[in-house]
Structures are given as structure tokens and as C-alpha cells.
Design a binder for this molecule. Structure first.
Ligand code: 1PW
Length: 214
């Protein structure tokens, strides 16, 4: 297994997703992107083979960070304000990607779909037996979620990369959450927040009929 990046801890990632949620049931952009940056560090710690998986997510996070440091930063404070602003200003293309290739709405939708995979994967890991294969858990969760949006060649490459995943216990230890048992407890406590962020985003996109943005 590749060397672990200094100081990576899944706890911080999960705390970031928890911090996304406001009392008004909106999702704050900055902790959302912070959570994603942590996930990328985590993916990279799994080895160079995962860098192709993380590269696209990195590009998308950077698009969103650019909005957050632009003159329009306040419009992008939450996913809800972003949707409202981009729709009202004609910045989202509902039919043709070419018109708005970097809209925040389409960019977040890609990260949102990937988050579903992550949520299912970590839940699978949490509830699996000690001798379960992480590659199988990862492939199953991928096939049930993100794979539906990927062409054959990406599905093939992703599934190949999953074969290189470490064993379940090594994986749980790599999360830096203590023993595998402690890691499982931590996941049980924190995953509901990731689910909640996912659900609120899904509802927001469904309400605006944006679940299939090109
Ligand atoms: C082990 C835990 C896994 C959590 C990983 C989350 C990262 C997922 C990134 C998958 C990227 C695969 C290669 C890129 C595919 C793009 O074509 C696709 N992007 C995503 C994020 O699915 C669609 O983006 P596009 O081409 O419409 O801009």
C-alpha cells in the first residue's frame, strides 16, 4: 500500500460534512469543499492508481473554489443560493453542456453523485464482516451508483483500480480513526450527516429538475 499522507484523518472529513448542515436545512459550500478536499487526500493515500479517480474531482472542486473567491462569492455561500442565482441568471444549461460547461450546478451535481458512492461504500465497509473484500464492497457500491453515469471505459478503469484496495482492516486503520472497531463506531456516528447532506442536495436538484444536467 502507498505511504499515508501526513495527518490524514477521516474524522475531519466527516466533521466537515457535518458542518455543512445549517439549521435551515441548507448546505454550506465551504465545508462541503473542505470535506471533498479531505476525501481527495484520502484517495491519494490509497496509491497513485487512484489519482485518475481523484483528478476529475479535484478539477471540479477547483471550479467551485474559484466561484467562492470571486466577486460573486456570496451567491455561492450555500448550494441553495447557488441554484437560485445560476437559474435566475441563465447560467445553467439544461440541455447542452457546451453552453455552460462550468456552471456550479452541473459541477456540484457530479460531486453529489460521487458522494453517493462514497456514502454507500463507507456504509458497506461499516456493516461488512472482517474478512470481506473491500474491492467487492467498492465495486458493488460503485455499480449501484456512480457507474450509471460513466461510459464503459471509465467503468473499466475504475473497477480495475478497486482491485488494488487494501484489506478491510488495513483500510479502516488507514482512516486514522483508531482500531478497526473504533473506526466502525465512528462511521456509524458520522455517516448519517453525509447521508443528510446527500438527501438535501438530491431534493434541491429534484425540485428544480436538475438531476440530469448535461
Ligand atoms: C474509495 C472512495 C471513493 C470516493 C471517490 C469519489 C471520487 C469519484 C470520482 C470519479 C471520477 C472518475 C473519472 C471521471 C469521470 C468524469 O467524466 C465524471 N466525473 C465524476 C465525478 O463522476 C463526469 O464529469 P463530466 O465529464 O460530466 O464533467
Amino acid at each position: 500500500m502507498a505511504e499515508r499522507q501526513d495527518g490524514f484523518c477521516l474524522r475531519e472529513v466527516l466533521a466537515a460534512f457535518r458542518a455543512c448542515l445549517t439549521a435551515e436545512q441548507t448546505v454550506l459550500m465551504d465545508p462541503y469543499l473542505r470535506g471533498w478536499n479531505g476525501l481527495i487526500r484520502f484517495l491519494n493515500s490509497l496509491g497513485t492508481i487512484f489519482s485518475f479517480v481523484s483528478k476529475d474531482a479535484v478539477t471540479k472542486i477547483q471550479i467551485m473554489e474559484k466561484y467562492r473567491s470571486s466577486d460573486q462569492r456570496e451567491r455561492y455561500e450555500t448550494l441553495q443560493t447557488m441554484v437560485e442565482y445560476e437559474l435566475a441568471s441563465g447560467l445553467v444549461s439544461l440541455k447542452n453542456r457546451g453552453e455552460c460547461p462550468e456552471s456550479g450546478c452541473r459541477t456540484i451535481l457530479r460531486l453529489h453523485r460521487a458522494l453517493h458512492w462514497l456514502q454507500m461504500f463507507l456504509e458497506g465497509l461499516r456493516t461488512s464482516q472482517e474478512d470481506s473484500k473491500t474491492s467487492v464492497i467498492c465495486t458493488d457500491s460503485y455499480n449501484a451508483s456512480l457507474a450509471n453515469y460513466h461510459p464503459w471505459v471509465i467503468r473499466k478503469a475504475a473497477t480495475l483500480a478497486f482491485c488494488a484496495l487494501p484489506t478491510r482492516n488495513a483500510f479502516l486503520e488507514n482512516m486514522n480513526l483508531g482500531t478497526p472497531e473504533e473506526a466502525v463506531d465512528m462511521l456509524g456516528e458520522a455517516l448519517p450527516y453525509v447521508c443528510k447532506v446527500y438527501e438535501i442536495t438530491e431534493e434541491l436538484y429534484a425540485k428544480h429538475k436538475m438531476l440530469d444536467l448535461p
